[in-house]
Design a protein around this ligand. Structure first.
Ligand SMILES: [Zn+2]
Length: 276
């Protein structure tokens, strides 16, 4: 795992294939590491369907809301709490603006940030707690690293990562999380049904707002402010000492000023899981 707690979607990657859900309710695509730049602010390809995934390398799932109503944008704000700290700038901005969000936490983060957990739990009307794994290990088979993090390697190890994270969330909140997102955002295709078999919904994203909390605040704010309806926005809430968190706070304020409607993933939103 990363000692500084930074992680997910550090860079935007090109798409390799597409994952069809069999339903118009999901827009999903996949990308492989090193697959080339995905232009602009978007986090993943959209709108296409079909394509066999067997045999491809680790993939990102570009997942969007669907069935969103016309008019002002409907988006889901999702924030990863990898290892690291608690970015009160982000949390306080969301609380003040009354913007709901889904927070993907690791067991490591929960242990290290009791004050952050207390803040989130104090506003159950705003914050849903989801599973970012036990030890922040990418759900990827084989060997090697992604963004410097050793991959899980085996399905058993992936299951332990998912279940360990879920148990930590259950212990911390009293509720078992319904959603899981892998560390770094990458999955082995073969891992996805194994995770789903645990009764967990596998999450991706469509707009990487801060690229692993690596972007300057104005860039983060601009990316979020320009969100399109249906976006599942990915940011981070574990890097209080980086500029990007201020950008998330500013960006969601600008997006809210556009009249955006923010939904949580634990609501009955029109998002389905990739199927193969
Ligand atoms: Zn992470």
């Amino acid at each position: 795992m990363w000692p500084d707690g930074s992680c997910c979607a550090r860079r935007v990657l090109g798409r390799r294939g597409l994952c069809a859900s069999g339903s118009a309710a999901l827009v999903a695509s996949v990308a492989t590491p090193g697959g080339g730049a995905r232009g602009g602010a978007r986090g993943g390809a959209r709108g296409a369907a079909g394509g066999a995934l067997a045999g491809v390398g680790p993939v990102e799932l570009a997942m969007s809301l669907a069935g969103v109503p016309p008019g002002p944008p409907t988006v889901a704000l999702t924030l990863d709490a990898c290892p690291g700290g608690f970015d009160a700038r982000v949390a306080q901005a969301l609380a003040e603006l009354r913007i709901p969000a889904t927070i993907f936490v690791t067991a490591i983060w929960l242990r290290r940030n009791p004050e952050g957990l207390a803040f989130l739990r104090d506003r159950p009307d705003l914050f849903a707690i989801a599973n970012h794994g036990e030890r922040h290990v990418p759900a990827v088979l084989g060997s090697g690293t992604i963004f410097g993090i050793p991959v899980a390697g085996t399905l058993d190890r992936i299951r332990r990562e998912v279940e360990g994270g879920a148990e930590a969330v259950l212990a911390a909140t009293g509720s078992r999380p319904g959603w899981y997102r892998t560390a770094t955002g990458f999955y082995s295709v073969e891992a996805i049904p194994a995770i789903e078999a645990l009764g967990v919904r596998v999450c991706g994203y469509s707009l990487a707002a801060d690229l692993g909390a690596s972007l300057p605040a104005p860039a983060v704010a601009a990316r979020i402010a320009a969100a399109r309806s249906g976006d599942i926005i990915l940011g981070h809430i574990n890097q209080p000492n980086r500029p990007s968190g201020a950008g998330i706070a500013a960006g969601v304020a600008r997006l809210a000023a556009r009249g955006a409607r923010f939904v949580r993933l634990d609501e009955d939103v029109s998002v389905t899981q990739p199927t193969r």
